[in-house]
Design a protein around this ligand. Structure first.
Ligand SMILES: [Zn+2]
Length: 110
């Protein structure tokens, strides 16, 4: 464990410290742990997946709409509406839950 000099107060500080114990200046950024990284990337991946799902679902539902009869069109529109509402609900709930995990696994500055 090497000692460095604090850029603020010039006291010698361990290079493993996140903060200077004398003046409290932040010396380096805390890194996310394994789970922190895992949840962060799950969160990003989840949002990308939901976006892809929403776009793919919307494209599939509207692609052949011109070839359908009036009743079928109405059915497809309702189906799309329910599907989109489901995707949005899952998206929002998932984002909140994963977002909370991302928050809880944030690096702690000791
Ligand atoms: Zn200091």
């Amino acid at each position: 464990m090497a000692m460095i000099n604090c850029p603020e107060c010039n006291n010698s500080v361990s290079d493993a410290a996140y903060k200077c114990p004398t003046c409290g200046v932040q010396l380096r950024k805390a890194k996310r742990g394994f789970f922190g990284k895992l949840f962060k990337w799950s969160f990003i991946g989840f949002n990308a997946l939901m976006l892809f799902w929403a776009i793919a679902g919307f494209n599939t539902a509207t692609k052949d709409i011109g070839a359908l009869t009036g009743a079928e069109q109405a059915g497809a529109a309702i189906g799309t509406g329910i599907g989109m509402a489901m995707v949005l609900t899952v998206w929002v709930l998932g984002a909140i839950i994963l977002g909370m995990f991302v928050l809880f696994t944030r690096p702690k500055v000791a």
